[in-house]
Design a binder for this molecule. Structure first.
Ligand code: NAP
Length: 478
């Protein structure tokens, strides 16, 4: 087989097939393809003759068909599948060649793999790819890590297939080794929070506002014309409009209310816990899915008292607007927490991540694409050392306009017994950040009481301990 392909794709399930088709559709690309089971390869070639794929039956044929520097994108099942394919390529690739893992790898795996592959002089790029199967085909948002040198070869190829917003491709070099997969993980965490917040808005509109799914679909369509404009709001309206063919009921009413997940939300929260950065909105979204999936507890629960109030919504347009504002404010918090986590991860792992660029490449192709990402980019362009998105002038004033409604909606959730974990925790986070004094002072006192963990004083340097079981005088310990 002659070496004519400038790029190859390994793994031809839904994501790999679509990415390979996307690559083949762009001028200048010649795409080699390989899958462990050959039937997927022939099926793709037969269904898309226009792509002119260079189809390989064996891994050797695949590698031989690639021009130097040989560049292959792995799109196989994350975990053991990825490791197996990397082994095959490590044995066949040479110095300067590029292995790209486009799967949803845990960033610590990517750091490990990069070390192992780089030891052979081969480049390894962990690239987060968001947008699901449609994004892979039409233009995803791509978050590549790895070396700057590898990006010089890979970047122009990825730019041809990425989503495009205002003439700019939604791809940028994120940072070294696992930075790309880390940022993709946080993207997915924000996605969890965004989806949960939308679901809570729906629940309040449905239960407290007494709107039908069709009416709520129309409300979401309206919201999608304003500052909440986003892919997730758009598809929510589509889901709510859908009627079940079997029963004639709204589809949302016949879907079992137990949410699944594939783990990236959990990874985000675990990583944030390790970094000590509060991603409370994302965590609540992950836990809300866990609670929904606790089938045994939910089925076996006794009659639990509620003492809930009914809230009569007299002014329906005002109520809709209040829910919209609560959703917008909570969403800003979710993004602020996500960007904080990226900054904390970058500090921990010595990645140089441009937060404004991250917001820029999330504007198209990915699941959390949203109009207001432009505002996030602008905020970081104005001040790249912004301590929190919530401190940017634009967001200070955006939240200012929502606060009265946000508090009212969280209170309404509590009074009517409608769970709003993400709305409520986002508001608590905001109030925590805003507070002059936090009760953490009391927690420090408690810690010192039972564990002599010491505390610091507001009016002196050093660490102090009170002799709680003695005469309760204070001693300075350092
Ligand atoms: P998938 O179901 O995750 O994986 C199936 C593919 O992996 C098949 O091509 C399979 O080959 C291959 N594979 C599994 N174990 C292997 C091994 N040991 N050696 C060689 N090949 C192996 O496929 P997918 O849904 O297309 O996703 C691909 C990657 O993209 C995953 O990492 C996924 O997390 C990520 N991703 C998916 C989405 C999405 O919306 N689905 C979005 C973003 C990212 P055979 O055909 O031979 O079994």
């Amino acid at each position: 087989m002659s070496a004519t392909a400038n790029i190859g794709v390994i793994g031809l399930a839904v994501m790999g097939s679509n990415l390979a088709r996307n690559l083949a559709s762009r001028e200048g690309n010649s795409v080699a393809i390989f899958n462990r089971s050959y039937d997927k390869t022939t099926a793709l070639v037969d269904s898309h003759p226009e792509a002119n794929f260079i189809a390989a039956e064996t891994i050797d044929e695949f590698v031989d068909s690639l021009k130097s520097p040989k560049t292959a994108i792995i799109m196989v099942q994350a975990g053991a599948g990825t490791d197996a394919v990397i082994e095959l390529l490590k044995e066949r690739f040479s110095k300067g060649d590029i292995i790209v893992d486009g799967g949803n790898a845990l960033f610590t795996d990517t750091i490990r793999r990069e070390k192992e592959v780089a030891a052979l002089g081969i480049n390894f790029v962990g690239a987060g790819i968001s947008g699901g199967e449609e994004g892979a085909l039409l233009g995803p948002s791509i978050m590549p890590g790895g070396t700057k040198e590898a990006y010089k070869t890979l970047g122009p190829i990825l730019e041809t297939i990425a989503a495009n917003v205002d003439g700019e491709p939604c791809v940028t070099h994120i940072g070294a080794d696992g930075a790309g997969h880390f940022v993709k993980m946080i993207h997915n965490g924000i996605e969890y929070a965004d989806m949960q917040l939308i679901a809570e808005a729906y629940d309040l509109l449905r239960k407290a506002g007494d709107f039908s799914p069709n009416e709520i679909a129309e409300i979401f369509e309206e919201w999608n014309r304003g500052e909440l404009e986003s892919y997730l709001i758009e598809i929510t309206a589509e889901v709510l409009k859908q009627t079940d063919a079997k029963t004639g009921q709204p589809l949302v009413d016949v879907i079992l209310d137990q949410a699944g997940s594939k783990g990236t939300g959990v990874w985000t929260v675990q990583s944030a816990l390790d970094l000590g950065t509060p991603v409370s909105g994302i965590a609540e979204a992950v836990f809300a899915r866990s609670l929904s999936a606790q089938a045994a507890q939910r089925a076996g629960k006794p009659e639990l008292p509620a003492h809930a109030q009914t809230w009569s919504v007299e002014d329906k347009p005002a109520f809709i607007e209040a829910v919209r504002r609560a959703l917008y404010a909570s969403k800003i918090v979710a993004y602020a927490q996500g960007f904080d986590a990226i900054r904390a991860g970058a500090k921990e792992h010595n990645w140089e991540i441009n937060l404004g660029e991250v917001a820029r490449i999330w504007r198209g192709g990915c699941i959390i694409r949203a109009q207001f990402l432009n505002r996030i980019t602008e905020a970081y362009q104005k001040n790249e050392n912004l301590l929190s998105l919530l401190f940017a002038e634009y967001f200070v004033s955006a939240i200012d306009g929502t606060l009265a409604s946000w508090r009212e909606i969280v209170a309404m959730g509590a009074l009517t017994g409608t769970p709003t974990p993400a709305f409520a925790s986002s508001l608590s986070y905001y109030d925590g950040l805003r507070a002059e004094r936090l009760p953490a002072a009391l927690v420090q006192g408690q810690r010192d009481f039972f564990g002599a963990h010491t505390y610091k004083r507001v009016d002196a340097e050093g660490s102090f301990h009170t002799l709680w079981s003695g005469d309760r005088s204070e001693i300075q310990t350092s």
